[in-house]
Write a protein that binds this ligand. Structure first.
Ligand SMILES: [Zn+2]
Length: 380
């Protein structure tokens, strides 16, 4: 079976323009396992896009040798809408200009109405149940009303991904260590993914409240299983993860080619590509629940002057940064220290050193659950 390239046109938002999604498809349609990988849903997060470029090269070579055993779909530019959002020279790829909504939040909730769709059809046979639920999810996607470009983009990406065994959404942070998000349910089954990618941090959460892209494929199964109880088995057959390829400036062929080789090896390990991936490397990163991560915020506006950097291991009470008021009458009175409440490695800091009150300045990976009164575990 030769590779195909699928071009999916989106509804234009202005006369004389057209944007489209391009999917590189490998293996026989319907072959198992199926993996779906997309890059740069936050359109200004480029490391995953370059890694996908390198991965496509590796997959082309594997396909030519007949080594692709499963089905693999790669979308190297998941967000052509955001990719065009530039104000003067500033690239703004995180939020949709038209709606103001973060491109990786509020994805359609496929759990709504799912139990009704499958009611009376499920039994004790796990494989049969999975097939029935997958069909119902596909039907829900087919029925989605999607008129504007971004809604259509979401529907079409969901259509490419929903029936996969593996969904990897390739992002990056501001300035950060390599890290991955996945669910508690998949841990430690997904340890090979984190180890192959040499993740420095793994964050686990079954439902962040954000309805991110990857979660939108896991949560319907999770909620359905909770609703049906153990007598009707519908284990999520889909491993979902958001992979954060470090920081926005970490875009180099030397790094991206290694990341692509790591993804390729993981796909080999999961039986999508022939060949021996070798033993699973030892995971050196810290594994923690997402609700044990402290999102440290600036108490006032000013310049953030860091005292610690990403990768530093800190103790509760350490000063992570000082917020400098550049308009202070007396520079000796200009600094406000910001201390962390939790200890552990610093996952990320910010690139833009000008902050407003309440802006996030660092993520610290702790061990104990922290209160999240609003139920939202991911910042916007
Ligand atoms: Zn992102």
């Amino acid at each position: 079976m030769t590779k195909t390239i699928q071009r999916i046109a989106l509804n234009a938002m202005s006369p004389g323009t057209e944007r489209f999604v391009k999917a590189h498809r490998y293996g026989k349609p319907g072959a198992r396992p199926k993996a779906y990988l997309q890059a740069s849903l936050h359109a200004d997060e480029i490391p995953g896009m370059l890694a996908a470029h390198h991965l496509i090269g590796l997959l082309d070579a594997a396909e030519a040798k007949g080594e692709v055993k499963g089905e693999i779909v790669v979308v190297p530019v998941a967000n052509p809408v955001g990719a065009g959002q530039v104000v003067n020279t500033t690239f703004v790829g995180r939020y949709d200009f038209r709606s103001g909504i973060n491109f990786n939040r509020r994805w359609p909730d496929l759990s709504i109405g799912l139990a009704d769709r499958v009611k009376g059809k499920l039994g004790k046979d796990v494989a049969a149940n999975i097939a029935i639920v997958r069909q119902a999810l596909g039907q829900a996607i087919d029925e989605m009303q999607a008129v504007n470009e971004t809604a259509m983009l979401k529907r079409e990406l969901m259509r490419l991904a929903y029936d996969s065994d593996i969904v990897l959404d390739l992002h990056c942070d501001d300035i950060a260590l390599m890290h991955v998000y996945t669910t508690n349910v998949f841990w430690p089954r997904a340890e090979d993914l984190a180890a192959d990618l040499d993740a420095k941090v793994v964050m686990l959460c079954n439902d962040s409240g954000a309805q991110s892209f990857d979660e939108s494929f896991f949560i319907p199964w999770f909620r359905l299983q909770q609703e049906l109880g153990p007598d009707v088995p519908v284990p999520a057959p889909i491993l979902t993860s958001t992979v954060e390829f470090r920081g926005q400036a970490d875009v180099y062929d030397e790094i991206a080619s290694v990341d692509a080789a790591n993804l390729f090896r993981f796909l080999q390990r999961r039986g999508l590509i022939a060949g021996d991936p070798g033993p699973v490397p030892k995971l050196k990163g810290k594994v923690t629940d997402l609700d044990a991560c402290e999102n440290l915020r600036a108490p006032r506006a000013g310049i953030v002057a860091y005292k610690k950097r990403e990768g530093d291991v800190v103790k509760a009470g350490d000063v992570i940064a000082e917020i400098v008021d550049p308009m202070a009458d007396d520079p000796k009175q200009a600094r406000t220290p910001v201390r962390c409440q939790t200890g552990g490695p610093i996952l990320s800091i910010r690139a833009m050193k000008s902050v407003g009150a309440g802006d996030s300045i660092a993520m610290i990976i702790g061990d104990e659950k922290l209160p999240h009164p609003d139920g939202l575990l991911l910042s916007d």
